[in-house]
Design a protein. Structure first.
Length: 278
Protein backbone atom coordinates (compact mmCIF):
# COMPACT_ATOMS: atom_id res chain seq x y z
CA UNK A 1 0.00 0.00 0.00
CA UNK A 2 2.07 3.02 -1.19
CA UNK A 3 1.09 5.92 1.02
CA UNK A 4 1.40 9.35 -0.54
CA UNK A 5 3.80 10.11 2.32
CA UNK A 6 6.39 8.00 0.52
CA UNK A 7 6.19 10.00 -2.71
CA UNK A 8 9.30 12.21 -2.62
CA UNK A 9 10.71 14.37 -5.42
CA UNK A 10 12.65 17.64 -5.54
CA UNK A 11 12.76 17.57 -9.37
CA UNK A 12 16.46 18.37 -9.50
CA UNK A 13 17.43 15.82 -12.15
CA UNK A 14 15.29 17.58 -14.79
CA UNK A 15 13.79 14.28 -15.91
CA UNK A 16 10.17 13.30 -15.30
CA UNK A 17 10.53 10.28 -13.02
CA UNK A 18 8.57 7.03 -13.27
CA UNK A 19 6.18 8.06 -10.47
CA UNK A 20 4.83 10.80 -12.76
CA UNK A 21 4.10 8.60 -15.74
CA UNK A 22 0.61 10.01 -16.33
CA UNK A 23 1.76 13.62 -16.85
CA UNK A 24 0.05 15.36 -19.75
CA UNK A 25 -0.42 18.56 -21.75
CA UNK A 26 3.27 19.42 -22.16
CA UNK A 27 4.31 19.23 -18.50
CA UNK A 28 8.11 19.12 -18.14
CA UNK A 29 10.76 19.04 -15.46
CA UNK A 30 13.16 21.91 -15.84
CA UNK A 31 15.25 24.21 -13.67
CA UNK A 32 14.78 21.84 -10.75
CA UNK A 33 10.99 22.20 -10.80
CA UNK A 34 7.88 20.53 -12.16
CA UNK A 35 6.56 22.99 -14.76
CA UNK A 36 2.96 22.86 -16.00
CA UNK A 37 2.10 25.14 -18.95
CA UNK A 38 -1.04 27.27 -19.14
CA UNK A 39 -2.07 27.50 -22.78
CA UNK A 40 -5.53 28.95 -23.44
CA UNK A 41 -8.21 26.29 -23.57
CA UNK A 42 -5.93 23.38 -22.64
CA UNK A 43 -5.43 21.38 -19.46
CA UNK A 44 -1.97 20.22 -18.42
CA UNK A 45 -0.74 18.37 -15.36
CA UNK A 46 2.16 16.71 -13.61
CA UNK A 47 0.40 13.50 -12.59
CA UNK A 48 1.13 10.16 -10.97
CA UNK A 49 -0.44 6.87 -11.91
CA UNK A 50 -3.53 5.75 -10.00
CA UNK A 51 -1.67 3.64 -7.44
CA UNK A 52 -1.47 5.71 -4.23
CA UNK A 53 -3.30 5.99 -0.90
CA UNK A 54 -4.26 9.14 1.02
CA UNK A 55 -5.75 7.33 4.05
CA UNK A 56 -3.28 7.65 6.93
CA UNK A 57 -0.88 9.68 4.78
CA UNK A 58 0.27 13.24 4.21
CA UNK A 59 1.54 15.04 1.14
CA UNK A 60 3.08 18.50 0.98
CA UNK A 61 4.82 20.66 -1.62
CA UNK A 62 5.77 24.17 -2.61
CA UNK A 63 3.83 26.18 -5.19
CA UNK A 64 6.83 28.12 -6.47
CA UNK A 65 5.45 29.88 -9.53
CA UNK A 66 1.84 30.95 -9.99
CA UNK A 67 0.23 31.90 -13.29
CA UNK A 68 -0.90 35.42 -14.08
CA UNK A 69 -4.55 36.10 -14.82
CA UNK A 70 -3.72 38.02 -18.02
CA UNK A 71 -7.06 38.35 -19.84
CA UNK A 72 -8.42 35.06 -18.54
CA UNK A 73 -11.51 34.63 -16.38
CA UNK A 74 -10.68 31.06 -15.29
CA UNK A 75 -6.98 30.65 -14.50
CA UNK A 76 -5.77 28.27 -11.80
CA UNK A 77 -3.01 26.10 -10.40
CA UNK A 78 -4.23 23.01 -8.55
CA UNK A 79 -2.86 20.46 -6.08
CA UNK A 80 -5.35 17.60 -5.88
CA UNK A 81 -5.54 13.98 -4.81
CA UNK A 82 -8.07 12.40 -7.14
CA UNK A 83 -10.23 9.31 -6.57
CA UNK A 84 -11.10 6.63 -9.15
CA UNK A 85 -14.45 8.41 -9.57
CA UNK A 86 -14.32 11.21 -12.13
CA UNK A 87 -14.78 14.63 -10.52
CA UNK A 88 -14.18 13.39 -6.96
CA UNK A 89 -11.01 14.88 -5.48
CA UNK A 90 -9.58 16.70 -2.50
CA UNK A 91 -6.93 19.41 -2.23
CA UNK A 92 -6.03 23.02 -3.04
CA UNK A 93 -6.81 25.43 -5.87
CA UNK A 94 -5.06 28.74 -6.45
CA UNK A 95 -7.29 31.13 -8.41
CA UNK A 96 -5.14 33.62 -10.31
CA UNK A 97 -8.12 35.82 -11.23
CA UNK A 98 -9.31 36.37 -7.64
CA UNK A 99 -5.93 35.72 -5.96
CA UNK A 100 -7.57 33.31 -3.54
CA UNK A 101 -6.61 29.89 -2.20
CA UNK A 102 -9.45 27.39 -2.11
CA UNK A 103 -9.45 24.26 0.09
CA UNK A 104 -11.92 21.86 -1.41
CA UNK A 105 -13.37 18.35 -1.25
CA UNK A 106 -15.01 17.96 -4.62
CA UNK A 107 -17.82 15.71 -5.72
CA UNK A 108 -18.79 16.12 -9.37
CA UNK A 109 -16.03 18.78 -9.60
CA UNK A 110 -17.46 21.06 -6.90
CA UNK A 111 -17.52 21.62 -3.13
CA UNK A 112 -20.25 23.91 -1.83
CA UNK A 113 -18.57 24.02 1.58
CA UNK A 114 -15.08 24.89 0.36
CA UNK A 115 -13.00 27.30 2.47
CA UNK A 116 -11.21 30.19 0.72
CA UNK A 117 -8.46 32.55 1.87
CA UNK A 118 -6.91 35.63 0.32
CA UNK A 119 -3.67 34.20 -1.04
CA UNK A 120 -0.48 35.19 0.79
CA UNK A 121 2.63 34.44 -1.27
CA UNK A 122 4.74 34.10 1.89
CA UNK A 123 2.52 32.27 4.37
CA UNK A 124 0.86 30.05 1.78
CA UNK A 125 3.99 29.12 -0.16
CA UNK A 126 3.92 25.54 1.15
CA UNK A 127 0.72 23.47 1.05
CA UNK A 128 -0.03 20.23 2.88
CA UNK A 129 -2.88 17.72 2.78
CA UNK A 130 -3.07 14.98 5.44
CA UNK A 131 -5.44 12.34 6.79
CA UNK A 132 -5.30 10.68 10.23
CA UNK A 133 -8.10 8.11 10.11
CA UNK A 134 -10.70 10.60 11.30
CA UNK A 135 -10.25 13.88 9.45
CA UNK A 136 -8.60 15.46 6.46
CA UNK A 137 -6.55 18.61 7.15
CA UNK A 138 -5.47 21.44 4.86
CA UNK A 139 -2.35 23.23 6.15
CA UNK A 140 -0.14 26.06 4.91
CA UNK A 141 3.40 27.11 5.79
CA UNK A 142 5.96 29.77 4.89
CA UNK A 143 8.90 27.37 5.21
CA UNK A 144 7.71 23.76 5.10
CA UNK A 145 8.38 23.31 8.82
CA UNK A 146 5.90 25.46 10.75
CA UNK A 147 2.33 24.68 9.68
CA UNK A 148 -1.03 26.38 10.22
CA UNK A 149 -4.24 24.41 9.81
CA UNK A 150 -6.71 26.14 7.50
CA UNK A 151 -9.50 23.59 7.21
CA UNK A 152 -10.53 20.31 8.88
CA UNK A 153 -13.14 17.93 7.46
CA UNK A 154 -14.38 14.48 8.45
CA UNK A 155 -12.68 12.03 6.12
CA UNK A 156 -14.82 11.35 3.03
CA UNK A 157 -15.66 7.65 2.63
CA UNK A 158 -13.88 7.39 -0.70
CA UNK A 159 -10.51 8.29 0.88
CA UNK A 160 -10.61 5.16 3.04
CA UNK A 161 -12.02 2.98 0.27
CA UNK A 162 -9.63 4.08 -2.48
CA UNK A 163 -6.57 2.18 -1.28
CA UNK A 164 -3.89 2.08 -4.00
CA UNK A 165 -6.29 3.84 -6.38
CA UNK A 166 -5.57 7.54 -5.88
CA UNK A 167 -3.48 9.83 -8.07
CA UNK A 168 -1.72 13.11 -7.31
CA UNK A 169 -2.55 15.67 -10.00
CA UNK A 170 -0.70 18.99 -10.11
CA UNK A 171 -2.68 20.56 -12.91
CA UNK A 172 -3.18 24.02 -14.35
CA UNK A 173 -5.66 25.66 -16.70
CA UNK A 174 -6.48 28.99 -18.32
CA UNK A 175 -9.46 29.83 -20.53
CA UNK A 176 -7.77 32.83 -22.18
CA UNK A 177 -4.75 35.10 -22.00
CA UNK A 178 -1.00 34.92 -22.49
CA UNK A 179 0.63 31.51 -22.20
CA UNK A 180 2.66 31.04 -19.01
CA UNK A 181 3.07 28.28 -16.42
CA UNK A 182 2.80 27.10 -12.83
CA UNK A 183 5.72 25.42 -11.08
CA UNK A 184 5.73 22.96 -8.20
CA UNK A 185 8.68 21.83 -6.11
CA UNK A 186 9.81 19.82 -3.06
CA UNK A 187 7.18 17.11 -2.85
CA UNK A 188 7.51 15.66 0.67
CA UNK A 189 11.05 16.98 1.08
CA UNK A 190 12.81 20.13 2.24
CA UNK A 191 16.05 19.07 0.58
CA UNK A 192 16.94 21.02 -2.54
CA UNK A 193 20.33 19.52 -3.30
CA UNK A 194 20.98 17.66 -6.53
CA UNK A 195 22.32 14.14 -6.69
CA UNK A 196 25.22 13.60 -9.09
CA UNK A 197 26.71 10.20 -9.88
CA UNK A 198 30.11 10.13 -11.58
CA UNK A 199 33.32 8.18 -11.88
CA UNK A 200 36.78 9.51 -11.25
CA UNK A 201 40.24 8.78 -9.93
CA UNK A 202 41.76 9.63 -6.59
CA UNK A 203 44.67 8.95 -4.24
CA UNK A 204 44.60 7.11 -0.96
CA UNK A 205 47.42 7.75 1.49
CA UNK A 206 47.92 5.48 4.48
CA UNK A 207 50.31 6.10 7.33
CA UNK A 208 50.95 3.22 9.70
CA UNK A 209 53.16 3.16 12.78
CA UNK A 210 54.08 -0.13 14.44
CA UNK A 211 56.42 -1.30 17.16
CA UNK A 212 58.99 -3.86 16.02
CA UNK A 213 62.24 -5.44 17.13
CA UNK A 214 65.20 -4.19 15.15
CA UNK A 215 68.66 -5.71 15.21
CA UNK A 216 71.72 -4.66 13.24
CA UNK A 217 75.23 -6.03 13.16
CA UNK A 218 78.10 -4.42 11.31
CA UNK A 219 81.55 -5.83 10.73
CA UNK A 220 84.41 -3.77 9.43
CA UNK A 221 84.44 -0.09 8.86
CA UNK A 222 81.37 1.69 7.63
CA UNK A 223 78.00 3.00 8.73
CA UNK A 224 74.59 1.50 9.23
CA UNK A 225 71.56 3.69 8.84
CA UNK A 226 68.23 1.90 9.21
CA UNK A 227 64.65 3.21 9.31
CA UNK A 228 62.06 0.51 9.76
CA UNK A 229 58.29 0.42 10.05
CA UNK A 230 57.29 -3.14 10.64
CA UNK A 231 55.28 -5.75 12.40
CA UNK A 232 57.44 -8.66 13.46
CA UNK A 233 61.22 -9.08 13.73
CA UNK A 234 63.50 -7.65 11.10
CA UNK A 235 67.31 -8.07 11.17
CA UNK A 236 69.72 -6.10 9.00
CA UNK A 237 73.35 -7.27 8.70
CA UNK A 238 76.25 -5.66 6.89
CA UNK A 239 79.84 -6.75 6.56
CA UNK A 240 82.89 -5.41 4.88
CA UNK A 241 83.73 -1.84 4.25
CA UNK A 242 81.28 0.68 2.98
CA UNK A 243 77.83 1.73 4.15
CA UNK A 244 74.37 0.30 4.44
CA UNK A 245 71.33 2.56 4.19
CA UNK A 246 68.10 0.65 4.46
CA UNK A 247 64.41 1.63 4.56
CA UNK A 248 62.30 -1.41 5.15
CA UNK A 249 58.62 -2.04 5.56
CA UNK A 250 57.74 -5.62 6.33
CA UNK A 251 55.44 -7.99 8.07
CA UNK A 252 57.50 -10.91 9.18
CA UNK A 253 57.53 -13.60 11.79
CA UNK A 254 60.95 -15.07 11.04
CA UNK A 255 64.45 -14.09 12.18
CA UNK A 256 67.42 -13.57 9.90
CA UNK A 257 70.15 -15.49 11.66
CA UNK A 258 72.85 -14.69 9.16
CA UNK A 259 74.42 -12.34 11.65
CA UNK A 260 77.63 -14.34 12.41
CA UNK A 261 80.62 -14.54 10.09
CA UNK A 262 83.04 -17.46 10.30
CA UNK A 263 86.39 -17.78 8.60
CA UNK A 264 87.46 -21.47 8.79
CA UNK A 265 90.95 -22.61 7.57
CA UNK A 266 93.99 -24.66 8.66
CA UNK A 267 95.73 -23.25 11.77
CA UNK A 268 99.11 -21.68 11.10
CA UNK A 269 102.11 -21.01 13.28
CA UNK A 270 101.40 -18.62 16.09
CA UNK A 271 97.73 -19.62 16.42
CA UNK A 272 96.43 -20.79 19.77
CA UNK A 273 93.56 -23.22 19.52
CA UNK A 274 91.50 -23.89 22.62
CA UNK A 275 88.56 -26.11 23.45
CA UNK A 276 86.40 -27.19 21.90
CA UNK A 277 88.43 -26.92 18.69
CA UNK A 278 91.26 -29.25 19.62
Amino acid sequence: MPLLTTLVDNFNDNVIGPNWGDSYGGAVETGGRARVPLLAGQYAGYQTGRAWTLAGASIYLKLVTRPAASTGTDVSANFLVTSPVEGTSIGFKYNAVTNRLRMQSNVDYFDAGAVELAYDAVNHLWLRLREDGTNVYWDTSPNGSTWTNRRTLATPAWVTAAVDQCALDLYAYRDAGVTDYAEYDNVNTLADGGVVTATGSGTMTTATTATAKRSATATGSGALDSATTATGTVVHHASGSGSVDTDATATAGGVDRNDVDFAVSRPTTGWVVSAPWR
